[in-house]
Design a protein around this ligand. Structure first.
Ligand SMILES: Cc1cc2nc3c(=O)[nH]c(=O)nc-3n(C[C@H](O)[C@H](O)[C@H](O)COP(=O)(O)OP(=O)(O)OC[C@H]3O[C@@H](n4cnc5c(N)ncnc54)[C@H](O)[C@@H]3O)c2cc1C
Length: 314
């Protein structure tokens, strides 16, 4: 028996010690116990240790000492895509939360199922895309969601929630923190595969031209304060492009990205940069920048009122 799990659980699932730097796109993060849940029947036992749920790790900053709780991810039983037929001219597709968004998009493009092409180039698992309501200027993930299967905090049994019951908003599913997504049903529109492929290729090219995709990062660090003022423009105007703390750097290509160019940045370096940016945005423009990235094992101060932040470091 490993750390309180039954022998059957250990035999059917994987439990390992991993550095989260290996499992996040930022390439930052200390050690954690990582549980991969392959079987639906074992969810209850996994939920008992109140894990933090990991997808592709594309929106995460994990502290150097690791997260405060065990980490779990969904495995084989949650990695399937199945067609549920046409309803009112829309194709209903069941997608497990462990499915990779890029793999799903490729399948949709080949089959002529429209709706997800606006998310081309967004690295995500379906679970992470649901939690974050991943989106671009063209599309939010919840635009194509018909219903989701989830386990709400404090519950053990999965339940289905219809789209109208989910208060999804900009970069948020609106459901309580700790909700576990097991999968969803998407409503897609039959379309010309060539046209869909061209749209996806155009959006990916635009992303590659404006974002530092070759360097480790967690995507945009802050939410846009408004449609009119993207966070990247604000941070650029505040003079932060190229600013460094230790191994972390504000991207010279897109100021809302903090990158880890030599793969030696510590979470602490990123935290210091975030603190400086938030402090100056508040002092010079009266804007309280809110994090878009999720943080595990980092100071709570990153989400606190910027007026309370300590004086800027040099
Ligand atoms: C280069 C780059 C470009 C990016 N561009 C965009 C973009 O254009 N638009 C955009 O919206 N985002 C973008 N991002 C951020 C990221 O792609 C999204 O936030 C994505 O939704 C994260 O999915 P994930 O599976 O990696 O989630 P993770 O990073 O693994 O986790 C993020 C959050 O989701 C939770 N979570 C993960 N799986 C589950 C689950 N099964 N159930 C419940 N909660 C879960 C985690 O606990 C965590 O709170 C970008 C990131 C990178 C690195």
């Amino acid at each position: 028996m490993k750390q309180g799990f039954s022998a059957g659980f250990c035999a059917r699932n994987a439990i390992e010690e991993r550095r989260l730097a290996e499992l996040t796109t930022f390439r930052i993060g200390g050690p954690a116990t990582l549980i991969t849940v392959h079987h639906r029947d074992d969810l209850r036992e996994a939920l008992a240790c109140q894990p933090l749920w990991l997808g592709k790790g594309a929106n995460l900053l994990v502290g150097d000492a690791g997260p405060p709780r065990p980490v779990a991810r969904l495995g084989r039983a949650f990695a399937e895509i199945s067609e549920r037929g046409l309803h009112d001219g829309r194709l209903l597709l069941h997608v497990g939360a462990a499915v990779d968004l890029a793999a799903l998009l490729n399948r949709c493009l080949a089959a002529g199922w429209g709706g997800l092409e606006g998310l081309a180039g967004v690295p995500a698992s379906i679970g992470g895309a649901l939690r974050m309501n991943a989106g671009t200027a063209q599309r939010w993930f919840f635009d194509v969601v018909a219903r989701v299967e989830c386990v709400l905090p404090g519950e053990e049994q999965p339940r289905w929630l219809e789209r109208r019951e989910i208060p999804a908003a900009y970069r948020s599913c609106g459901l309580p923190a700790g909700t576990l997504f097991l999968g969803c049903e998407l409503a897609l529109t039959p379309d010309d595969p060539q046209r869909l492929r061209a749209t996806a290729a155009r959006l990916k090219a635009a992303k590659a031209a404006s974002q530092p995709l070759a360097l480790p990062s967690a995507g945009c660090v802050f939410k846009n304060p408004s449609r009119e003022l993207p966070a990247g423009r604000l941070i650029d105007e505040l003079g932060f492009k190229g600013a460094r703390c230790g191994g972390a750097e504000v991207s010279t290509r897109h100021a809302n990205f903090i990158v880890n160019p030599e793969r030696r940045a510590r979470a602490e370096d990123v935290v210091r940069l975030i603190r400086r940016i938030r402090r100056r945005a508040w002092q010079e423009r009266g804007i309280a920048l809110a994090l878009e990235i999720e943080t595990w094992g980092c100071p709570d101060e990153l989400r606190a009122d910027p007026a309370q932040l300590p004086e800027e470091e040099t």
